[in-house]
Ligand binder design. Structure first.
Ligand SMILES: Cc1ncc(COP(=O)(O)O)c(C=O)c1O
Length: 412
């Protein structure tokens, strides 16, 4: 197996992130991040230690006892009907009125991204993505050879004023606009309702399909909920959901809500990819949702993530040098740091790992490898004490780099 297709269970760093980090030296470095003495803000691991084993055991036992013949057999490519019905209920919690016939179960939402890339993109086709964007989407779409139009985002989400200019400039209609509107990965920002409206108006005007990827929307621990684009009534949307962050990524259960012609194409491709998503996982998810345990887990997670976000921001304020900024996510798993322009976080990573702390450099999140003065920090996985210590170590590394650049007169 090549290093590009491995998954590091300690860091939670996706293989795609490894592959996208330009230098192989960085990839090699990332493999030491799994050492227990390294505090890692690099991965995207949710906190699963709050899932009571006896609860999970009881759900699994009932699936095995009552659904044995189905749970250990192949299932329908589109996914099990009872799970679709349960996911309609999950989507309703965010205000989406979904028809179960328009739902397709996928093996994590990562599979949906892969299938969508294969359906829509021919070499050279323009697609629109946020800058920065989800590294796994970049790696899912990249093999099809798109021409990625990157539209920057700010604290209110994608810059719709710039998007308007890009759409006007494009000779061809983009194959789709890919967005993570709520608690974006990697930036942690949420698209403002006004921007959402502007995006929908532009999509309609240019007849563009929107892919809305929403793994984090239900993980709001602060502020008022903002409805997903898919709750707007705009028809030309493919919505992606997943149980990875609200239950567990280990069950690999995601879903797509899409107009029927797209659903059919997805189902055909999925058949070739894996015939069906694991039936055992699907039945586990059905029963877990049926018992209302997903809501209980969400309520457990929110205060933990809230406290960890607070611990991270407090430590950043204390230890990061003047001239650095960060986002203040009201939910989700990540925040995004902007350092003085002359710094390069990819170069800084080996020094950070030497100090036993890790992060993902900003360059991983841009199609063109820009973003060198940014870093993504995960706050869901480390404890508050680890966060305080890790950010302190990182602050020291950054200050030392700044001193070095100053001494060389390169701090402009
Ligand atoms: C924005 C986004 N989309 C999709 C995924 C993939 O999730 P899944 O575990 O459902 O494949 C992730 C995982 O971190 C993500 O952050």
């Amino acid at each position: 197996m090549s290093p590009e297709i491995t998954f590091d269970p300690y860091t939670g760093l996706y293989s795609e992130a490894n592959a996208l980090l330009r230098s192989s030296a960085i990839r090699d470095l990332m493999s030491v991040v799994g050492r227990h003495d390294v505090i890692s803000f690099a991965g995207g691991l949710p906190h699963i230690n709050g899932l009571p084993p006896e609860e999970l055991g009881s759900v699994l036992a009932s699936v095995v006892e009552e659904g044995f013949a189905e749970a250990f057999q192949y299932g329908e490519t589109e996914g099990r009907e009872p799970l679709k019905a349960a996911l309609v209920e999950v989507m309703a919690a965010e205000g989406i009125k979904a028809d179960p016939d328009h739902v397709l179960i996928t093996t994590g939402s990562q599979q949906a991204l892969d299938l969508l890339g294969r359906i829509f993109i021919d070499p050279g086709d323009p697609i629109v993505m946020e800058g920065p964007t989800y590294v796994g989407a970049l790696s899912a779409f990249r093999p099809a050879g798109p021409s990625v139009v990157t539209v920057p985002l700010d604290d209110e989400g994608i810059r719709t004023d710039l998007l308007a200019g890009e759409l006007e400039r494009l000779v061809e209609r983009p194959k789709f606009i890919y967005v993570v509107p709520t608690f974006q990965n990697p930036a942690g920002v949420t698209m403002h309702p006004r921007r959402r409206e502007e995006l929908l108006v532009l999509a309609e005007q240019y007849d563009a399909l929107i892919i809305e990827d929403n793994p984090y929307g239900l993980l709001r621990f602060e502020g008022e909920p903002v409805g997903p684009l898919a709750s707007s009534g705009y028809a030309n949307i493919v919505y992606l959901g997943t149980l990875s962050k609200i239950v567990s990524p280990g069950i690999r259960t995601g879903w797509v809500l899409a107009p029927p012609p797209i659903m059919e194409r997805l189902a055909m491709l999925k058949q070739g990819a894996d015939l069906c998503s694991p039936t055992l996982s699907q039945m586990f998810a059905e029963e877990y949702i049926r018992r209302g345990l997903w809501l209980k887990n969400l309520e457990n997670l929110k205060p933990i993530y809230h406290a960890r976000r607070d611990a991270m921001i407090q430590a950043l304020e204390k230890h990061f040098p003047e001239g650095s900024r960060w986002t203040r996510p009201q939910g989700g798993l990540f925040l995004w740091v902007t350092l003085p322009r002359f710094l390069d976080t990819e170069k800084m990573l080996p020094l950070a790992i030497e100090q036993r702390v890790a992060f993902v450099p900003g360059t991983a999140f841009y199609a063109d490898g820009s973003g060198a003065n940014h870093m993504r920090l995960n706050f869901s996985f480390s404890s508050e004490d680890q966060i305080a210590e890790g950010i302190k170590r990182l602050g020291k590394v950054i200050r030392k780099e700044i001193e070095l650049y100053r001494s060389l007169g390169l701090d402009a």
